[in-house]
Write a protein that binds this ligand. Structure first.
Ligand code: SGN
Ligand code: CA
Length: 524
């Protein structure tokens, strides 16, 4: 067992003592153990959060968490995809250890050790509402209500604990928040501390906003990232993806340009989603989109004009979808404040990964490049944690499980591969904090066609090996080339850096016990 700092925590043993007086004291102690509200969204990237990036939109409620608490400026995932990311955070282990390497072939082994199970054993009430995406049903939660698969934005179905499917009317972000607040107010055991996961479907593709937000951002012209028109020179894997706004973004499914006489690859899927709306929702929808559709087919942009038009539509729809999320996070914060619970609660806001907002001409994620390897992470801290402002150490989503456990006074099991962030939340700067990170993406061949790859990132450099149907290395100097446009692998003068990074990569593969090392042994 890893040691835990217990000067303000209570030992697990104390919770088993019986007797009315003692249980009364215990209730008081229980009330002091911090609660955890862990809000995770889908595909919400730091570029679209004003506490990280002021170029595009405003997110006042998310910024409120950062302003009152801490903002991690170097927060990363280990495998940039939904299911894998969720499995990493539940287990505190890399994908090759928790078994959930990709969305298409895996089912989560629900019998394995997870952070909510350990919290539950230590007397926490645990709950999850929203996106789950792990194919098997949740275990380790006292209460759960999850979306089937990706779920729907409008009038979604939920799978409930007795394995029923219930149909709910309304917009998914609001419904997930309503259910979560209802659990907090009416359904939990108030004698126990709790850990509540509020896991949103938004802002996943195809970015359908709530009816009340549809008119927002329509007059805004978003600026283009410098590498919007990228030619992928020297980057073979980047050249062969299928996630480009120009080539792969669907005019009807992604951008809502539905007209009976027009066709597209994903038209049918969009018609199903559109068909889920009731007449009032559809009227509000059509009211906004019909004039845009008319203008689009009349003006009929082509070439670069069309790509720019697609980008503007994409940015607007994504921004509108964030609005509901920001508002609903505000509702949760207001509730905790009103109930006097904010000071004894860790509120976490993060995403299952980052996302491309036109960088390299893309949407989607998967690559170990910065925009998708990163994920936003802000926290409001319970009392006793004085750190405020930025935390710049490199952290990964495998760190959440050990963090929540240490916070709850539960020993972190040795087989967890993440590190507890508690020292950072206390304002400490541990001398032995990680100086490099490991990454491994598996889902290929699959949608978007991002090739399998693994690699190491340090403060300054990134080394990536793309494998499977290719064998290509990439090296980036993040200081001189922060947007990863120049692959300098094999260039004269990079021999020492490359050899040091390969050594570090091998060290990490051994430390984390990734069997890929046997397939592609790294020499001395
Ligand atoms: C769906 C999307 C993809 C997306 C994956 C994974 N296609 O398959 O664009 O990359 O989910 O996303 S869609 O046509 O169904 O919208 S993840 O966040 O769940 O991993
Ligand atoms: Ca996602």
């Amino acid at each position: 067992m890893k040691s835990i700092d217990s000067n303000w925590l209570y030992t697990v043993a104390s919770f088993t003592v019986l007797g009315s007086l003692v249980s009364c004291q215990n209730a008081r102690k229980e009330a002091q153990r911090p609660n955890i509200v862990y809000i995770m969204t889908d595909d919400h990237t730091a570029q679209m959060m004003s506490c990280y990036d002021t170029r595009y939109i405003e997110t006042p409620n998310l910024d409120r968490i950062a302003r009152d608490g801490v903002r991690f400026t170097n927060s990363f995932v280990t495998n940039s995809l939904s299911g894998p990311s969720r499995a990493c955070m539940l287990t505190g282990k890399f994908s090759h250890k928790n078994g959930f390497t990709d969305n298409t072939t895996c089912k989560f082994d629900a019998s394995q050790q997870t952070m909510p199970k350990l919290l539950q054993q230590a007397g926490y009430q645990t709950a999850i509402v929203g996106k789950w995406h792990l194919e098997t049903l949740p275990t380790g939660f006292d209460f759960w209500e999850i979306l089937p698969g990706q779920g729907d934005y409008y009038n979604p179905n939920f799978i409930t604990q007795n394995n029923d499917t219930v149909h709910k009317r309304g917009y998914v972000t609001r419904i997930i928040t309503d259910t979560s607040l209802d659990w907090l107010q009416n359904r939990r055991d108030r004698e126990k501390p709790f850990c509540l996961f509020i896991h949103h479907k938004a802002i996943h593709r195809n970015w359908m906003a709530d009816t009340c937000d549809l008119t927002l951002y329509e007059d805004r012209e978003f600026s283009y990232p410098d590498n919007f028109f990228d030619n992928y020179e020297g980057r073979l894997a980047a050249a062969s993806q299928e996630m480009s706004i120009g080539k792969d973004m669907d005019l009807i499914y992604d951008l809502k340009m539905l007209r009976p006489d027009k066709d597209s690859r994903l038209k049918l899927v969009y018609e199903q989603l559109y068909g889920r709306m009731d007449s009032a929702q559809r009227a509000a929808w059509d009211n906004v989109y019909e004039p845009i559709i008319d203008r689009f087919y009349k003006e009929n942009p082509k070439g670069e004009d069309l790509i720019r038009w697609k980008y503007q539509r994409y940015m607007r729809d994504y921004a509108k979808t964030v609005k509901s999320l920001d508002d609903n996070v505000g509702r949760v914060l207001d509730y905790l404040e009103k109930e006097g619970m904010l000071d004894n609660t860790l509120v976490v806001y993060t995403s299952d990964q980052g996302f491309y907002m036109g960088e390299h001409g893309w949407f989607d994620k998967r690559f170990m490049y910065e925009e998708s390897m990163r994920t936003p992470l802000v926290m409001r801290l319970p009392k006793g944690f004085d750190k405020r402002g930025d935390i710049s150490q490199m952290v990964q989503n495998i760190d959440y499980a050990p963090t929540f456990l240490e916070l709850a006074g539960v020993a972190v099991s040795d087989d967890m591969q993440g590190e507890s962030l508690v020292p950072l939340l206390k304002g400490e700067s541990p001398a032995d904090w990680r100086t490099s990170m490991y990454y491994h993406f598996y889902e290929f061949p699959a949608e978007h066609m991002v090739k399998r790859h693994y690699g190491v990132r340090t403060d300054r450099y990134k080394l990536i090996h793309f494998y499977n149907d290719i064998d290509v290395w990439e090296l980036y100097d993040l200081q001189n080339d922060p947007y990863e446009m120049h692959n300098i692998y094999g260039r004269e003068g990079t021999e020492q850096i490359t050899s040091d990074l390969k050594k570090e990569l091998k060290r990490l593969q051994i430390q984390y016990d990734d069997p890929i090392l046997n397939e592609f042994p790294i020499g001395e």
